[in-house]
Design a protein around this ligand. Structure first.
Ligand SMILES: [Zn+2]
Length: 139
């Protein structure tokens, strides 16, 4: 798994105009799908309890700093350190949401624009309707 998941076969290298167009179509496809829109939002909300805990931690440390029990530098350091695990969880949730709910829509957009691709794994196909040699899926 890379920093950002692959949308399709790395040999598929459209120009920036075509990329913008494909992402536009993919977003429309995703927004028209209750399953993909709700799934993307639900995965993105996984880090919400962490964000709420971080806000409580922030307010506790702010009150300690206001009372003089903590230096401002320690406050900033603790708040920043507390952000690291939450940002990591938020990023992982985004990657999962992206792979499960956005990438299939992007591949549908590719198929609709005449580039046959497996909607399951992003492998480029000779033509639409053939079984994917990578994952075996038939579109
Ligand atoms: Zn495949």
């Amino acid at each position: 798994m890379g920093w950002l998941p692959d949308l399709a076969d790395p040999t598929f290298r459209p120009g920036w105009r075509e990329q913008v167009r494909l992402h536009w179509v993919a977003n429309v496809i995703m927004l028209r799908s209750w399953h993909h829109t709700a799934g993307f939002i639900l995965w993105s909300l996984i880090a919400l309890p962490g964000w709420l805990a971080w806000a409580g931690f922030f307010m506790l440390l702010a009150s300690l700093t206001a009372r003089g029990s903590m230096t401002p530098a320690a406050f900033v350091g603790c708040v920043a350190l507390g952000l690291i695990p939450i940002l990591a969880i938020q990023h992982l949730a985004f990657v999962v949401a992206f792979r499960r709910h956005y990438a299939p829509c992007f591949r549908m957009a590719m198929n609709r624009s005449g580039t046959p691709v497996c909607e399951g794994c992003g492998h480029l196909l000779a033509r639409v309707g053939t079984a994917c040699p990578e994952c075996g899926r038939v579109a």
